[in-house]
Design a protein around this ligand. Structure first.
Ligand code: NAD
Ligand code: ZN
Ligand code: ZN
Length: 387
């Protein structure tokens, strides 16, 4: 089958790899129709993780079930499904408590928890930027879609990761109706956090970034765009909140946060959030931070140690939530919002490309080129569509 294969920093190619297949009776085999490139892929693409050469990318996957193992009861051949990026067993102590983001059995390294498709340090599961995907514990991991699956595929595929992840940021931040919230990052995840805050009835949502196309999308959904290349975002938020700071905040950038000139400071968004969020406010951090970052800008960063303004965070009595999103906690309800026409997360999509054009898609999305806000790949198609 054709798949998007990592060849080293900023090198991907579409190559023939062995077909994904049913390996255990609990597996489901999916023919991928729709699969996204994510900001998380870019950390790997840029060579800033331990992602091995030859690995297949792709953790935001949707498609048609074409085969099921003998122990699969619920999921049927022919159904359209979207897969949480987390690969989870459903029966371990963490899954049992709803933390499918830190499944204990699907991660082969006993020192770690949490597995994903096509991801550094998250188990041996091949990614879905490919024609086919093996889904372990298919009955647990597949979310089935209705008859509108094909028509709304660019909405539904966002349930694999970024829509639940943005929603999770707002859950960890405790966003409630009427709240004033600030979101750092207007990439796809930040935009989904803003969208989720708005769906929850937040009174004022401020989104910080410096890319005009991304800020324009934030404005389009009803958020206030904050261009940090033109204004100090902390001062801006304080001015908008009577000097008190936002009720809560979301970090949707991660350890490769940089200033508008492009110099990396892994502590930049965290420390600005501590300043921009009020006393007792909550902060949800979904941007990825790594335990080791050999390519980091200084000795602390290389050890995964962020120079964090803990004194002020403590002094303000703030609370912070972190980590990968447990997609299964939210994907069913968010699916039903899409089905009911009450949520359209596909507003972030700028490009739909055939799988063969993935290298181009990676290059443009990685450059944050103007107008490349989210790339959706379609294996088995050759036409190109630009939204
Ligand atoms: N926790 C999870 O489960 C989860 C899931 C998906 C993605 N992620 C992570 O979320 C992060 C964002 O993902 P994405 O797809 O939106 O990526 P992205 O790289 O497309 O977007 C990041 C945005 O942050 C902006 N940015 C950089 N420095 C900034 C700063 N100092 N202030 C404000 N904005 C700044 C960039 O301009 C860019 O628009 C990544 O770290 C990704 O790995 C986490
Ligand atoms: Zn993702
Ligand atoms: Zn588990």
């Amino acid at each position: 089958m054709k798949a998007v294969v990592y060849g080293g920093p900023r090198q991907v190619s579409v190559e023939d790899v062995p077909d994904a297949r049913i390996e255990r009776p609990t597996d489901v085999l999916v023919r991928i129709t729709t699969t996204n490139i994510c900001g998380s892929d870019l950390h790997m693409y840029e060579g800033r993780t331990s992602f091995e050469k030859g690995s297949v990318f792709g953790h935001e996957n949707m498609g048609e079930v074409i085969e099921v193992g003998g122990a699969v009861d619920k999921v049927k051949v022919g159904e359209m499904v979207v897969l949480p990026f987390n690969v989870a067993c459903g029966y371990c102590k963490n899954c049992d408590r709803g933390f499918t983001n830190y499944c204990l059995t699907m991660q082969p390294d006993p020192a770690l928890a949490g597995a994903a498709y096509g991801f550094a340090d998250m188990g041996p599961y091949q990614g879905g930027q490919a024609e086919y995907l093996r889904v372990p514990y298919g009955d647990f991991n597949c979310l089935r879609l209705g008859e509108d699956a094909a028509e709304k595929q660019t909405d539904y595929v966002m349930l694999a990761d970024i829509f639940p992840t943005g929603y999770h940021a707002t859950e960890m931040a405790g966003v409630k109706p009427g709240d004033q919230t600030v979101i750092f990052g207007a990439g796809p995840v930040g935009l989904m956090a803003a969208y989720s805050a708005i769906l929850k009835g937040a009174g004022k949502v401020m989104v910080v970034d410096r890319h005009p196309d991304r800020l324009a999308l934030a404005e389009k959904i009803g958020a206030i765009p904050v261009d940090d290349s033109a204004v100090d975002p902390v001062e801006f938020v304080l001015a908008e909140t009577k000097g008190l700071g936002a009720d809560n905040g979301c970090e949707c950038v991660g350890y490769q946060a940089h200033d508008p000139q492009g110099n990396e400071h892994p502590n930049e968004t965290l420390n600005k959030l501590v300043k921009a969020v009020r006393f007792t406010g909550r902060i949800g951090v979904v941007g990825v931070f790594a335990p080791k970052d050999p390519g980091g800008p200084d000795e602390f960063a290389k050890q995964g140690e962020v120079v964090f303004d803990y004194g002020l965070h403590w002094f303000k009595g703030q609370t912070m939530g972190t980590g990968q999103c447990p997609v299964k906690r939210y994907n069913r309800q968010l699916r039903d919002l899409v089905a009911a026409g009450k949520a359209n997360p596909s507003f972030v999509v700028s490009h739909e490309l055939p799988l063969e054009q993935a290298p181009d898609g990676y290059q443009h999305f990685d450059n944050r080129d103007n107008g490349w806000t989210k790339v959706v790949l379609h294996p088995g198609q050759s036409g190109t569509r630009t939204a």
